[in-house]
Write a protein that binds this ligand. Structure first.
Ligand code: HEM
Length: 431
């Protein structure tokens, strides 16, 4: 049996962070589904392709730790939420949260989504040129703050968004690591104080939002979650739930602005299904042409490119023995670029998801923008409904074109990515 020392070791190019999927898919073509890299002294083993995804996400998932994968990337500062928990505690707490994320529960969130989307996009025409990445962040964050955590006062939501963005991206002023750390700690304390007030309110007057559910939940021995656990879950839901939807919806708008023929088909579908009504759940479920475009944006610009795991049991894959303790990455972005699965993988072609082609259906683990298996993204329905409502409201009102001379591109930092410099679109009244 071959070992880690025998793994192929491709040389990563300098522009790797802007073409993660393409490069790792090329490595798959040359070396097969498993290869390695030493990054600043840490061995990283890459697992690529649908079979590798099935292995990590389903068949051999007990060998992999989400905590040892994600916590070093996010830092201890966020605490523990579903994304970076393992084993029985994870499963019990996911079970508690699942009801708030089912497709039918989205009926409660959609009016909030519609209202927040309307509030932001109604000033787009005056603005003329809009950074849709920044606008999408305001929308997705405000929706999450209201629907998941129960904030209702806009001044408080604005402050909460400012603090959270600062926690994730820094304040742009700190020049040393020590300063940045101090800012992060102070920001985190202020966020925790705001959240603890919400938690106390839930304890005295229960609500149906996710935080309300978590506050009410009891384990088998009747114990409630501690303040620390509640803070961890809320932080992780907000982190996992807003930056991802922000970048994916911005990329979808960018792709539609560049593909007017496909956009016309989405508009025809919107008129047929929704007429002039606000997006509603039954209608949103029927928006197939829009759904294919969303899947294509997910394939081309997955917000999570490389999902990390720590290995807790030795495993064997494709003839290699990998010991416990190894850091592993299953590459979402690379799976989405494999030419034996996707016809012309670099091109925007949403019809690849429509019958009769249905390229994604040939393998359950080919399209994995939301992960897969029992730990598939819990917010997938939430994000899908929100992004469809956003696109429906925007396309109904505006024509969009890419700002002349602006070249958007995706940059990945570690696991996740974003359109660097945002996405600038010109907005005009619909012709
Ligand atoms: C376009 C939007 C989104 C994308 C692309 C996305 C992507 C992902 C991916 C790839 C995973 C699995 C990571 C892994 O295997 O290690 C994941 C897990 C997760 N996501 Fe999302 N996500 C999105 C939206 C959301 C939203 C809106 C929420 C919350 C409201 C959310 C909450 C979570 C949580 C809590 C997990 C961990 C689930 C578990 O391990 O049990 N995500 N997401």
């Amino acid at each position: 049996m071959k070992t880690v020392a025998d793994l192929p070791r491709p040389v990563f190019p300098e522009d790797y962070s802007t073409r993660v999927g393409q490069f790792l898919a090329e490595c798959y073509e040359i070396h097969g589904p498993i290869f390695a890299r030493n990054l600043d002294g840490t061995e990283l083993v890459y697992l690529v392709g649908p079979e590798a995804n099935r292995f990590v996400l389903l068949e051999n998932r007990a060998a992999f730790s989400h905590d040892l994968g994600w916590t070093p990337i996010m830092g201890e500062i966020m605490g523990k939420g579903l994304l970076n928990m393992d084993g029985a505690p994870h499963d019990a707490q996911r079970k508690m949260m699942n009801p708030a994320f089912t497709q039918d529960y989205m009926d409660r969130y959609l009016p909030i989504m519609n209202r927040v989307i309307d509030r932001y996009v109604s000033s787009w025409l005056e603005q003329g040129t809009v950074n849709v990445y920044e606008e999408a962040r305001k929308i997705t964050f405000d929706v999450a703050a209201e629907a998941l955590v129960g904030f209702s006062d806009q001044t408080e939501i604005d402050e909460f968004r400012r603090l959270f963005t600062q926690l994730l991206m820094g304040n742009g002023e700190d020049t040393t690591q020590e300063q940045a750390f101090q800012t992060a700690m102070t920001t985190k304390d202020t966020i925790s104080k705001m959240l603890l007030e919400q938690i106390e309110q839930r304890r005295s007057s229960p609500t149906d939002d996710v935080l309300g559910m978590l506050v009410r939940a009891r384990d088998g021995s009747g114990n409630a979650l501690s303040d620390g656990q509640l803070l961890g879950h809320t932080n992780i839901l907000l982190v996992a739930g807003h930056e991802t939807s922000t970048s994916l919806s911005a990329w979808l708008l960018c792709l539609l602005a560049q593909n007017p023929d496909y956009t016309a088909r989405i508009r025809a579908e919107l008129t047929a299904v929704l007429g002039d009504k606000d997006p509603h759940l039954e209608g949103v479920k029927q928006l197939k042409v829009l759904g294919y475009a969303l899947s294509e944006a997910e394939r081309l610009y997955p917000p999570v490119a490389n999902a990390p795991r720590g290995t807790v049991q030795d495993f064997e894959f494709n003839g290699f023995h990998i010991p416990a303790g190894t850091r592993v990455i299953y590459s979402i972005a690379a799976s989405h670029q494999l030419p034996h699965i996707w016809q012309n993988p670099a091109s925007f072609d949403p019809d690849r998801f429509a019958p009769p082609r249905e390229e994604d259906k040939k393998n359950q683990f080919a399209l994995v923008g939301f992960g897969g298996g029992p730990r598939v993204c819990i917010g997938m329905n939430f994000a899908t409904v929100e992004m469809k409502a956003m696109i429906a409201q925007i396309l109904r009102r505006f024509d969009l074109t890419l700002e002349p001379g602006f070249k958007p591109y995706q940059v990945y930092f570690g696991a996740t990515g974003m359109p660097f410099g945002g996405i600038q679109l010109r907005v005009s009244a619909r012709a």
